[in-house]
Structures are given as structure tokens and as C-alpha cells.
Design a protein. Structure first.
Length: 679
């Protein structure tokens, strides 16, 4: 069979493509970090922190490369630049500091450094004893071009003299010395030829918050329980007397359960009963009555003027007030009457109440964020935030944000923080991991976590390694609540007072931000029933008057730990966390180191609240810059005792009836022989 001749393609009549001069840009920029979802979301920092930028930067051939991180506040006209330095294997890095609230942006630019390449080659040829007259003339031309590119500098005259030297027939030694002088190198570094520079293909963002977004201790309370009479709500005036107690324990934020009018329809009774008595106060999350909605005060607490006075009194005690924002209503909320279009209805026209099968919340109506009138609803909800901002509130704990659209949160949080960059939003979303993380990406400042359900050593190590590793740490700031009005974990139910001490130490030292719900210091641990995480006689449905002066209160310990946190920068950041080996699974050991590396805290906790546990813990001495067999002084910040530990492995014994943990400050500058009575 004869072979068919190859098909001859007709010539393309279209004109030849014009080459883009951008193709001459030889440098490649890849894998820029940090960035979240290819720059879709900004990273987070607080004032004074650094953004350490890394990128793969390389080019064909052997020419030298220069690279910079370009950064500025959003809205600034001019970019600031920080020169990047090579780390290893074409990986470059540089850092810049964010020093103001708001939004920053950054990117990377790199180019072939022709003068550095010339200087590098000249050095090699000189070292090899080769003739370099031609190279010196080439260098002179590079310098002249640089002067023409940036004329008018006072040092130009000195450099022109170098140019004449390089171009002359003088002694080659003098010419080479001039070419390789440090002064010329510095001069040319400020006048690079960036005409063919490569810019990274996107600009990345940073949200800069105030310090409280990164570090703080929260105390949660129901202000209606702050009075002397369990049969009626306390007023804000009475709750003011509670402020010195909270401040004395060293808390920074006082978070209030909802303070709005509570509906009567389907009001829940004690222990979430479907029937209520006439004097049952109802759940504060069933918001709205004939007295008003989300911008009104529950009459039992007082008036808006009383709230304003309470906020001012808290500030005088060094406390910042956070309030709960729950975008839902009771059947009695004014929205139900004025805007029925904002709710979902059944086929019979009645409004649907909230459900989370098998749980039913007949006293709560969810809002319909996808109604045909969604725009007016969204703007109204934004107005609620603005109302409380005008009354001095800058911190909001948002209830169940995962049941509202992500796009709503991205819009409202961005708009509010543009106007008020010092706001803080805490996401209360105990839901699937990716949903929790996405809420952090779209703008929530802090996030609740799974800390409550992580109680063994392996669980803690795995979870906190995840939280403090890139990229999660770049956008999710954990706030470790040891308990909440909804969550009384079995560990606390069964472990008694030592279990509360264990969880307190873990929360306060693993996390830069942590919180407790009132009653924690009294080790309240009775569940609604076996297997439940709900409290018996939950404060969500009744007023609880407590004796906070009990002799067995943990208030003193809480105050001591909060003082330690305020004194030691290592505990004011999350990123310096590292876990260390122990030979007993009931002991967890970890350290935290401040960004400047000067403050180092080493913590050992007995996770078994019922039994004494002992064993050896490993100190990573080499990582700390200490020789492996050195003697290290450590000071227990809880007890005031000092120990001299020798070598990497050291013995620890913790009896929960005496102490559950060591919080040790490592004396990095001290490496002394151990006294015999302290070994």
C-alpha cells in the first residue's frame, strides 16, 4: 500500500505576533508567603508586629539578582521598600513592621543586578590573575548610566572620579581597588536598573489590629446575676459593684451575655423547660419585646444611660466591655411586626422558629438573609453594630456566625473595620473546621476553638501544632475559653477542683487570648444529667447569685496567672509555642518564647486531676542556644521556687492535691553549677 504524502499546511496569512518587551524580564518570582488562598484574603497582624515575607526568586544564567518587598498602608501614594536577602536554594526573605491600625498591602519585585553581576565577575577574574582592562571600561559605562538615571546627587562628583579612574590607563591595581570599593558598591545599590524588573502578579493584604486582638484575658458574665436577689434581675448600677472583683483577677475584657429585652412568647423556664413561671427571666438570646429589640436594654438592667455609666466604670477599672451580638429574634421582637419579610414562613404563613434537631428553640426566630428584601436587612444589622459602637463598645462576641452567610460577614466586617479599625469580632462557631477557618478568613478577629474537647496530651499537641503552623496562624487567632454557659465538659464534671486548675493553666499559657465563664473560679461542675454538657440550673434560664468569696475559690490563682501573662511577653503571643517530650503520657510539656527571644517560659502540666504523676521532661537546650550538658536555672512563677536543672532530661513530680503545673521562667543568660540542695 502506497504511503500517503504528508499534508502540506497552507501558510498562515495572519501577521507575525509582536513580541511584548515584558518578555525580557528574566527574573521569576514564585511561592510568595504569607498569602491566604492566593491572596484572596488578607493575613492578620497587630501594631508593632512584623510581616516576614519569603519568596522563590531566580533567573536564567548566573547573573546576580536583587529583590525587594514593597509595602504601604492602603491609600498611601508611595511604596516603601525593604531589601530582601537570600536564605537558601533561591529562597529570599525580608520583613517589614506594621505600625498603624488598618490595612496594609505588600508585594515582591526583583531584577537582574547588572552592576553586582559585573562586580562579581570582576572579582573572580582578578582572583584568577586575569587581564581585566576591558571589564573596567565596561564598569565605567555602567556607572555613567546609573548617574544619568539618577542625576543630581552630591556624591556624583566622587563617583565620576572613579569612572575616570576606571577608564584611564593608570595602574591596574588602583583601578581595581576603585572598582571594588565599598563606597562604589553602596552608591550603585541605590541606583539599580529596574527597567526590566519583574513584579509578583498580585498585591497581598494585611489587616492590622490593636494588641487586644492578639492578647487578652476574657471574663464572661450575665449582668442580671450580679445582684443580691435571685428573684429579680440585677441592674447595671448593681453590677458596677462586681467590676473590682473581675479587675482584681487581672482580666482585660468583660464579656456580657445579651443585654436586650427578652420576649415573653414561648419563654423557656428553668433548665430549658418549655413552660415558664411568671418570674422566670427567660433566655437572653430570645431577643426582643414590646420594650424594643437589638438596640434596647432589658428593663430589669436599667436604661441606655445606665449601660453607658457601666461601660465608663469598667474602663476606670481597666476593663473593656464586650457585648454579645445574636442576629435572631423572639416572636415579640419589633422586627416580626414591622418586617415580616425578613423571616422564613411555613406554608400556612406562620414564621418558622429555630431548630437544631432534636433541639427546638420555640422562643427564637432566625432571620432570612436570602429574602427578597435582604439588602434592607443587611443594612439594618450593620446599623446594630454602629449603634453600640456609638455607646463605647469596640469588642463584639458574635453568636453562631456559621448559620449566617459568609458573604454577609465579609461585607459587614470589612465595612465596619474600615470606619473603626480598632474593632474586635470574636466568632462563636463550634462547627466544622473548614467553616471555622473560613469565618476567620472573611474578617473575624478571633475564633472560638475545639480547646474544650482537647484534653489528652496527644490531642493538645496535635491541635495546637495545627493552630500555630502556617498558613492557619496567619489568619485565625484562637481564643481559648475553658468553659462557656453552653459547655461543661466531662473533664471538668469528673475532675473536681484540680481539673479546673489544669484547664486554667492550659488555656492561659497555650493561648495568648483565653477566657472563662463566671462560676469557673468556683469549680461549678454539675451537669444537667449524665452525658450532658449543659449545666444543671443553667444561668441561661435563671438568675444565679453566687458566693464569690468562698475560701476554695480559684480567684487568687487566676489573678496570679494573669499577672504572669502580663509580665512575660512570651505568653502574649501564640507563634512561639513548641511542645517537648515527656516519658509519661499524663504529663504535657511545652515552651513559649517571645518574638525577641529574650523571654522563655517552660510549662509542665499534669493532665490527670485525680492522681500524682511524675516522670522526665526533655529540655531542647540546643534549640535554646545552651550546651546539652549545661546546668540551667528555672524559676517557678507560681510558687516562687527556683530549680537548677542539669542536661536535657529532668525529673518532675506533680500531685494535683498540691499543684497541677509548673510555669517556669528559663534563665537564658545563666548557666551555673547546680548547688547540691537544688539538684
Amino acid at each position: 500500500m502506497a504511503k500517503r504524502p504528508p499534508t502540506k499546511l497552507s501558510p498562515d496569512s495572519s501577521p507575525a505576533p509582536v513580541l511584548d518587551p515584558a518578555r525580557l524580564r528574566r527574573v521569576v518570582i514564585e511561592n510568595v508567603e504569607p498569602q491566604i488562598d492566593s491572596g484572596r484574603f488578607p493575613i492578620k497582624r497587630t501594631i508593632g508586629e512584623q510581616v516576614r515575607v519569603r519568596a522563590d526568586v531566580f533567573a536564567d544564567g548566573h547573573d546576580d539578582i536583587a529583590a525587594v518587598v514593597r509595602h504601604r498602608r492602603v491609600g498611601e501614594e508611595h511604596w516603601h521598600e525593604t531589601l530582601m536577602a537570600p536564605v537558601e536554594n533561591d529562597r529570599w526573605q525580608a520583613a517589614f513592621t506594621v505600625d498603624a491600625l488598618g490595612r496594609y498591602e505588600y508585594t515582591v519585585e526583583a531584577w537582574i543586578d547588572r552592576f553586582a553581576s559585573w562586580r562579581h565577575d570582576l572579582s573572580k577574574k582578578v582572583g584568577a590573575g586575569q587581564e581585566v582592562s576591558s571589564e573596567l571600561v565596561e564598569g565605567a559605562a555602567l556607572i555613567r548610566t546609573a548617574i544619568e538615571r539618577h542625576p543630581g546627587n552630591s556624591s556624583d562628583a566622587n563617583v565620576l572620579e572613579i569612572v575616570r579612574t576606571l577608564s584611564s590607563g593608570r595602574d591596574s591595581g588602583a583601578r581595581i581597588a576603585a572598582a571594588l570599593s565599598a563606597g562604589l558598591e553602596a552608591f550603585m545599590a541605590t541606583r539599580p536598573d529596574r527597567s526590566q524588573a519583574t513584579s509578583f502578579d498580585r498585591v497581598l493584604g494585611v489587616i492590622v489590629d490593636r494588641e487586644r486582638a492578639r492578647f487578652g484575658a476574657w471574663y464572661e458574665m450575665f449582668p442580671r446575676s450580679a445582684g443580691p436577689d435571685p428573684s429579680r434581675s440585677a441592674t447595671f448600677a448593681e453590677a458596677t459593684a462586681f467590676l473590682p472583683y473581675v479587675a482584681s483577677m487581672g482580666f482585660d475584657v468583660l464579656y456580657l451575655a445579651p443585654i436586650h429585652p427578652i420576649g415573653r412568647t414561648c419563654r423557656k423556664g428553668r433548665n430549658n423547660s418549655l413552660t415558664s413561671e411568671s418570674n422566670d427571666p427567660g433566655s437572653p438570646w430570645a431577643i426582643g419585646s414590646e420594650q424594643g429589640g437589638h438596640t434596647a436594654i432589658e428593663p430589669g438592667l436599667g436604661t441606655l444611660a445606665d449601660f453607658d455609666a457601666f461601660v465608663a466604670a469598667a474602663a476606670a477599672q481597666g476593663l473593656e466591655i464586650a457585648i454579645d451580638i445574636a442576629f435572631q429574634t423572639s416572636p415579640d421582637h419589633p422586627y416580626v411586626r414591622e418586617h415580616p419579610e425578613w423571616f422564613r414562613t411555613r406554608p400556612d404563613g406562620t414564621i418558622k422558629y429555630a431548630e437544631n434537631p432534636p433541639k427546638k428553640y420555640q422562643d427564637i426566630y432566625p432571620l432570612n438573609f436570602e429574602s427578597q428584601h435582604w439588602q434592607s436587612l443587611w443594612h439594618e444589622l450593620k446599623r446594630i453594630f454602629e449603634f453600640w459602637i456609638e455607646h463605647g463598645v469596640k469588642i463584639f462576641r458574635v453568636d453562631n456566625p456559621h448559620t449566617k452567610p459568609f458573604r454577609f460577614w465579609e461585607w459587614v466586617l470589612a465595612d465596619l473595620t474600615r470606619q473603626y479599625p480598632d474593632l474586635i469580632f470574636l466568632s462563636e462557631a463550634f462547627t466544622r473546621p473548614k467553616v471555622m477557618k473560613y469565618l476567620a478568613k472573611v474578617g473575624f478577629t478571633q475564633s472560638y476553638t475545639y480547646f474544650t474537647w482537647r484534653n489528652s496530651r496527644d490531642e493538645l499537641v496535635e491541635y495546637f501544632t495545627e493552630l500555630t503552623a502556617a498558613p492557619v496562624r496567619e489568619y485565625l487567632r484562637p481564643n481559648l475559653f475553658a468553659n462557656t454557659p453552653d459547655i461543661l465538659h466531662a473533664y471538668l464534671q469528673r475532675g473536681g477542683r484540680p481539673a479546673f486548675q489544669v484547664r486554667l493553666v492550659l488555656a492561659a499559657t497555650l493561648g495568648a487570648s483565653y477566657g472563662i465563664y463566671s462560676g469557673f473560679e468556683l469549680a461549678e461542675n454539675v451537669p444537667l444529667h449524665n452525658g450532658s454538657e449543659e449545666y444543671l440550673d443553667s444561668e441561661k434560664y435563671q438568675i444565679r447569685v453566687r458566693d464569690y468569696q468562698r475560701a476554695d475559690s480559684l480567684a487568687e490563682l487566676i489573678g496570679r496567672i494573669n499577672t504572669i501573662r502580663r509580665t512575660h511577653p512570651a505568653l502574649q503571643h501564640d507563634w512561639g509555642l513548641a511542645f517537648h517530650r515527656t516519658d509519661n503520657g499524663a504529663l504535657v510539656a511545652y515552651s513559649k518564647r517571645s518574638p525577641d527571644t529574650r523571654d522563655l517560659i517552660f510549662v509542665v502540666v499534669n493532665l490527670d486531676p485525680a492522681n500524682m504523676q511524675h516522670g522526665f521532661v526533655q529540655l531542647p537546650l540546643v534549640d535554646w542556644g545552651i550546651t546539652p550538658h549545661a546546668t540551667v536555672e528555672v524559676a517557678d512563677l507560681l510558687s516562687g521556687e527556683r530549680y537548677f536543672w542539669r542536661g536535657e532530661w529532668n525529673y518532675v513530680r506533680l500531685d494535683p492535691q498540691d499543684r497541677v503545673a509548673h510555669i517556669l521562667q528559663v534563665q537564658l543568660s545563666t548557666s551555673l553549677p547546680a548547688p547540691a540542695d537544688h539538684v
